[in-house]
Ligand binder design. Sequence first.
Ligand SMILES: C[S@@+](CC[C@H](N)C(=O)[O-])C[C@H]1O[C@@H](n2cnc3c(N)ncnc32)[C@H](O)[C@@H]1O
Length: 402
Amino acid sequence: MANSSLLLTQKIIDTILASPHQKITFSDYMNLCLYSYPYGYYNSEEISIGFEGDFFTSPTLGEDFGELLAKQLAQFWEILDKPSPFYLVEMGAGEGNLSLTIIKHLQQNYAHIYPHLQYIIVEASPTLRKKQTELLQKHLSSLAKVKWCSLEEIEDNSIRGVFFSNELVDAFPVNIVEKRNNQLKEVYVTYNPQQGFVEVVDDLSTDKIREYLATLNVDLTGEEYPDNYRTEVNLKAIDWLETISRKIRQGYLLTIDYGYTAEKYYHPQRFRGTLKCYYRHRHHDNPYVNIGCQDITCHVNFSAIQIYGEKWGLQTLAYTSQALFLMDLGLGERLAKLSEREIGVGEAIQRRYQLHQLINPEGLGGFRVLLQAKNLTDFQKSQPLQGFQHLRPWDYKPRILE
Ligand SMILES: C[S@@+](CC[C@H](N)C(=O)[O-])C[C@H]1O[C@@H](n2cnc3c(N)ncnc32)[C@H](O)[C@@H]1O
């Protein structure tokens, strides 16, 4: 085991032993594995997203994803009546590829918007913040348009613009629950010197879990759920949403990630939940190995994001798949142009492969794209959106779609 992994394991053991009843929630365990400084997965010096890392994301497959997304962001600026400053707040920016592409693309192709741009990066990992800064410094003539801060540091009711993220919410630590003897229980992590980390099941750590499931109209103690049914509850996503809703004066929240509606998420047949670990492009479901060296993630419950968003004034405007979203924004034309271009065969094949990956329904193309908005006028809401042409927002019913 790498030294950093040993040190992180010891830190988790110490935390467990210092806790009441020597147990911590799975959410606390996952938080330590991913975000503990300096050895948590997202803080380690070895963290790498893309071909050389443990998993791919859309921005690591070239510039197409960011450029097409920039086209949608540019349209939001028009609909919002050309605000200045126009805030783009990217949350969970990884290695900074998406930020770089969007900023460069707006500078080169939207010269009328660029002067108004203020790009904010909200990034939990100091290691990744450093990588982002280095990347942007290397490729941009100045960092004047970019600022890093926490969500809390953004003034309430101040943002006219767009909050957006790609594969952020799936990285939030989750609580795990189980049905045991017709009761709802929670999974905790303990430590035993002979067996290592051991799960135990006990009463819920917080009433918020019951409230969350009730809000989604899900009763896991119902008879359709088998005993030992296990799933996750993403309370961090709800806190995150509430914070964003306070920050927006007028604008959008765009969330791109893998996930399901509540109906699919909590389907009785999905009896071991959605938790997955990624280690060198392979996935498995054991979060107690490769500590600090593997990603741990869960699908996003998009119904929860919609329903809680509505409570805080974030109205759902559209919900689609990444494949449709990118096709609507012009990915098909990019594919067609490849055969006209005078580029080498090798390069053309590589680009075609990357574009296909972005829309592959079995992979990134099957990701969901959720658009919510706050304080838009009826006229603004009724504007047809370039990335959502296959939907008519006004008759869209997100909770039953899919
Ligand atoms: C799966 S990676 C995705 C990175 C990037 N968006 C991409 O698509 O390549 C998740 C990112 O979210 C960041 N993150 C996780 N929780 C966060 C939080 N609460 N606030 C800000 N960033 C967070 C991680 O450090 C990491 O940069």
